[in-house]
Ligand binder design. Structure first.
Ligand code: IMP
Ligand code: MG
Length: 184
């Protein structure tokens, strides 16, 4: 009964609790420690790329933990419709700042097929970034269809559709603090 009471409804679908904020937060702590160690003593401010809209919560959690000089640039990318990737990556809003000659770290909510990260890495290299690393909160290894290099992965999950902590189902569900998985 209890599990049923904890489920949430978004549009036409039901989701159940999956990853708590506590678990996410611990995984984010560990990832931030690694990045802080790798960028220790960095002379020039590093540019953080926030991939809107999904990554905004993860980006803010990471910014609270990363302790070297940084600037923030955003970009909006979309590839999902409903609960599936379309494979067609769109950029409804381009980079909000220049990355020319700069070291950047991309912050993404989740990597599924990997097409979004392949497109973004290419775009950043074309715009002259001197070094591009990718940090994703979540990865669905079974869904990967590209050989994109992911430098930092906070958590791996099975191939299931999830919402919460920035992730949406047709724009709803981003404001849940925990992550929920779809009920089949
Ligand atoms: P990819 O291009 O297939 O790797 O898809 C990555 C993008 O799809 C992410 O930035 C998310 O916005 C979205 N996405 C992938 N999996 C999920 C999910 O389970 N729930 C919500 N959005 C997802
Ligand atoms: Mg996204």
């Amino acid at each position: 009964m209890r599990a049923e009471m904890d489920t949430i409804k978004i549009h036409d679908k039901t989701f159940r609790p999956y990853i708590s904020y506590g678990e996410l937060s611990a995984a984010i702590d560990r990832t931030a420690e690694k990045i802080n160690a790798d960028y220790k003593g960095t002379k020039e401010p590093v540019i953080f790329i926030c991939v809107l809209n999904g990554a905004m919560m993860f980006m803010s959690e990471m910014m609270k933990r990363l302790n070297f000089e940084c600037e923030l640039v955003s970009i909006k990318m979309t590839s999902y419709s409903g609960t599936e990737t379309t494979g067609d990556v769109k950029v409804p809003m381009g980079l909000t700042g220049s990355v020319k000659g700069r070291r950047v770290i991309v912050f993404e909510d989740i990597v599924d097929s990997g097409y979004t990260m392949v497109a973004l890495k290419k775009l950043l290299e074309e715009q002259g970034a001197s070094d591009v690393r990718i940090c994703t909160m979540l990865l669905k290894p079974a869904a990967l269809r590209t050989d994109i290099k992911l430098d930092y992965v906070a958590m791996e999950i099975p191939n299931a559709f999830i919402v919460g902590f920035g992730l949406d189902y047709d724009e709803l569900g981003r404001n849940y603090k925990d992550i929920y998985v779809i009920e089949q």
